[in-house]
Write a protein that binds this ligand. Structure first.
Ligand SMILES: NC(=O)c1ccc[n+]([C@@H]2O[C@H](COP(=O)([O-])OP(=O)(O)OC[C@H]3O[C@@H](n4cnc5c(N)ncnc54)[C@H](OP(=O)(O)O)[C@@H]3O)[C@@H](O)[C@H]2O)c1
Length: 246
């Protein structure tokens, strides 16, 4: 897919990986719908960067709420007849033991159901062109590298990886679905973490540092541009899984 003049919806583009993805697509001259949940200022900052290379606009919804996702697509349809690429990036990691019912409910809605609902809204939009869905999962969602302290997050990222593969059998060749599974990636999500803990995670890679958000964005652009890649979960973790989880 040539990304020039295509339209890309990036969820959670007010921060971190989503912001880097929005900018990377803009650098390819795609128009970017910069979605945010609560951080309007972050979304405005992303849009400013996007506008250095192409065009776009901001859109808002709490993706844990089904009605807000419907309203998001109503809003998008007012200015944008079709979307070519959807990047399901929004999400946050909440810790939880096996008996933490609130975390099971929260992460089900925030990690899995949100991405599934947004994908459904995207698929319901008309298009006669090839389209792509790119899910941002996690190394924790890959088999054998889940994190027991983040049991629910790991489980639902794993479920999203399964949707990534399975959905193609219903949607290809019109809509192709792939994922990027980041390892420890330097974003504001790590803001409250001590230097010692950061060093532990950086040392848990084979490259001796965190993955950069731009490196995940580069993979998302590659997936969008390569039309033979189908149903894959591309792990970008600096070798963490290979080294062994910390
Ligand atoms: N950083 C890592 O080490 C790492 C590793 C593996 C996977 N990931 C995944 O990569 C993605 C981005 O993470 P990040 O590190 O870039 O985090 P981040 O900087 O905290 O950004 C998270 C983004 O998700 C949005 N978001 C979260 N819940 C939302 C909701 N219910 N409704 C709407 N928007 C919501 C936030 O929007 P607002 O702030 O505007 O509400 C924000 O834009 C996530 O799916 C995360 O699980 C990250």
């Amino acid at each position: 897919m040539d990304l020039q003049d295509k339209t890309v919806l990036v969820t959670g583009a007010s921060s971190g990986i989503g912001k880097a993805i929005a900018i990377a697509f803009a650098r390819k001259r795609a128009n970017v719908l910069v979605h945010y949940g609560r951080n309007q200022k972050g979304a405005q900052d992303t849009l400013k960067e996007v506008e250095k290379y192409s065009g776009g606009r901001i859109c808002q919804a709490d993706l844990m709420e089904g009605e807000q996702i419907s309203a998001l697509f109503d809003d998008i349809r007012r200015t944008t007849p079709s979307i070519d690429v959807l990047v399901n990036n929004a999400g946050d990691a909440r810790a939880g033991d096996i008996d933490d019912e609130a975390s099971w409910d929260y992460e089900y809605r925030n990690i899995l159901l949100s991405a599934v609902r947004v994908s459904h809204g995207f698929l319901a939009m008309p298009s006669s062109r090839l389209r792509k869905i790119i899910n941002i999962t996690s190394i924790y969602g890959n088999l054998r590298s889940g994190e027991p302290e983040y049991l629910q997050y790991s489980a639902f990222k794993g479920a999203l990886a399964n949707v990534t593969t399975t959905l193609n059998r219903a949607t290809a060749p019109n809509v192709i679905v792939n994922a990027v599974a980041p390892g420890y990636t330097d974003t504001p999500a790590w803001a409250g973490v001590s230097r010692e803990v950061r060093e532990t995670y950086a040392g848990a890679t084979l490259i001796g540092r965190f993955v950069m958000a731009e490196e995940i964005a580069h993979a998302a652009v590659f997936i969008a541009e390569n039309d033979a890649l189908v149903g894959q979960v591309l792990t970008i973790d600096g070798g963490t899984a290979l080294k062994g989880m910390p």
